[in-house]
Design a protein around this ligand. Structure first.
Ligand code: GLU
Length: 465
């Protein structure tokens, strides 16, 4: 066990997106690698935008990815008392003060500063105000250091420093009494004993605002690692324009969680030129040292490639179960159909997603085959009657139905009749599937069985023209 304590702190204002999932994954891997603790905290202070539905969606997505946490979920909404206590402490110690400036006054000051070419920063009117009546509307501001600099050694980006005179006296409690974001994050991370904060670099500007608060409260300052953003192929920030950004949307599209995990980790982290990593390998090999400083570019093709890899190499029973789930969602009845494992095995090589696999499996379970027009016109022609009848005859004569026996039956038939494969093979394929692309005829017939195969070929003979 190490004393490393990391956390993932999503705001439940929507689903878990690709970027958030990667942050969660990095934290998870660090904790598991070091034998540390992974804390989950739901940042639901923004009551108007936070929903239980989003929280559930985030938990579900983490579960799907296999990112188990050791503590939490903690909810900020249940910690208000602690926040108020800490605000009171800062007020008492003179490290925070009540500010009575009205929104209009602040607006005026901002405009004036802008007009004079100064940074629009709070001018400190109430900083040293002697009377601080608590019954008049006010906010509480944190007294930021006004000279010197705040610096930290980011474990990804290197040293980052800010001039303290750039820092505003941040509002830490609003007029309505609610604490603000940067403040509660500090209280939470400090009281939860987080000693390494790994988060998206959209938060990098918050860090110099947060560090003085740790110091003012006498908390140790954690280490920080800000992970570069994820961009779309056009180098703009990843958004829906680039495809699905919700992790769970990928499950619905037929992706495996291990493909997603493998894909996410490589968005920013590398290990030589290796591409395929199981979770166990990642736990062993992951380190912030190999996380790049530049943004990762989302590449759907690569995700697809990884998915195909994991589908081909996955445990066949598990893949079959997942495909069965997708077939059920598509409304395909499979109870009376052929053996599902055999069906899935016959399609593994060609499919890149489970949904594609399920689509490809439909024909196995169809009561009647619908022929693609082009396939029917090209291959179900009147001259196929005799060859297809010969196929039925030879199939029905088989003692058992295996790929080998079908192959032998076709060979014997060609021998006896002088037929060439091209005179019946494609027609059989269209008869069995309705299309021209499918597993081999031998394999399909072995899976469908003699009776069902012959039934389909007979039905095709009926429509020859
Ligand atoms: N709740 C923040 C977010 O979802 C994360 C804050 C943090 O990691 O410090 O962006």
């Amino acid at each position: 066990m190490s004393d490393l304590r990391v956390r993932f702190a999503p705001s439940p204002t929507g689903y878990l997106h690709i970027g958030g999932a990667r942050t969660a994954l990095f934290n998870y891997l660090l904790a598991r690698k070091e034998g540390g603790t992974f804390v989950l905290r739901i940042e639901d202070t923004d009551v108007a935008r936070s929903t239980q539905e989003s929280t559930d969606a985030i938990l579900q997505a983490m579960d799907w990815l296999g990112l188990s946490y050791d503590e939490g979920p903690y909810y900020q909404s249940q910690r208000s008392e602690l926040y108020q206590e800490k605000i009171d402490q800062l007020l008492e110690e003179g490290k925070a003060y009540r500010c009575y400036c009205t929104a209009e006054e602040l607006e005026e000051k901002r405009n004036k500063a802008q007009a004079e070419g100064r940074k629009p920063k709070y001018d400190g009117t109430c900083r040293d105000r002697a009377d601080q009546p608590i019954d008049q509307p006010h906010v509480v501001r944190f007294r930021s250091p006004d000279s010197g600099e705040t610096a930290f050694d980011d474990k990804i980006k290197g040293r980052i420093s800010f001039d303290n005179d750039e820092l505003d006296d941040l509002i830490i409690r609003r007029t309505d009494g609610t604490p603000t974001y940067n403040f509660v994050v500090v209280i939470d991370d400090a009281t939860m004993g987080i000693n390494l904060v790994v988060r998206g670099d959209d938060h990098v500007n918050n860090t110099p605002r947060q560090i003085p608060m740790y110091e003012a409260l006498g908390f140790p300052v954690p280490e920080f690692a800000h992970v570069p953003m994820i961009l779309g192929a056009d180098k703009s920030r990843l958004s829906k324009r680039h495809g699905a950004t919700s992790v769970m949307a990928y499950r619905d599209l037929g992706y495996l969680p291990e493909a997603m995990v493998n894909y996410l980790v490589r968005l920013g982290w590398s290990y030589g030129d290796e591409e395929i990593f199981s979770m166990d390998e990642l736990i062993e090999k992951f380190s912030l040292d190999n996380v790049g400083r530049s943004a990762g570019v989302f590449n759907p093709e690569k995700l697809l490639w990884l998915n195909a890899h994991y589908i081909k190499n996955g445990d066949i029973d598990r893949i079959t179960g997942l495909v069965a789930g997708h077939l059920a969602e598509m409304g395909v009845k499979t109870e009376n159909g052929p053996d599902m494992v055999a069906v899935v095995r016959s399609l593994l090589e060609r499919a890149q997603t489970l949904v594609e696999l399920a689509e490809g499996a439909r024909f196995y379970f169809a009561d009647t085959i619908e022929y693609e027009e082009k396939a029917q016109n090209k291959f179900l022609t009147a001259d196929k009657k005799e060859p297809l009848e010969a196929v039925i005859k030879h199939l029905e004569a088989m003692a058992e139905c295996t790929e080998e026996s079908v192959e032998q039956a076709f060979a014997a038939m060609m021998e006896a009749t002088g037929l060439k494969f091209g005179q019946f093979g494609p027609a059989v394929r269209v008869a069995l599937t309705g299309t021209t692309s499918s597993p081999s005829n031998y394999e399909m017939i072995a899976i469908l069985g003699i009776e069902e195969s012959c039934k389909r070929i007979r039905a095709a003979i009926e429509v020859l023209k």
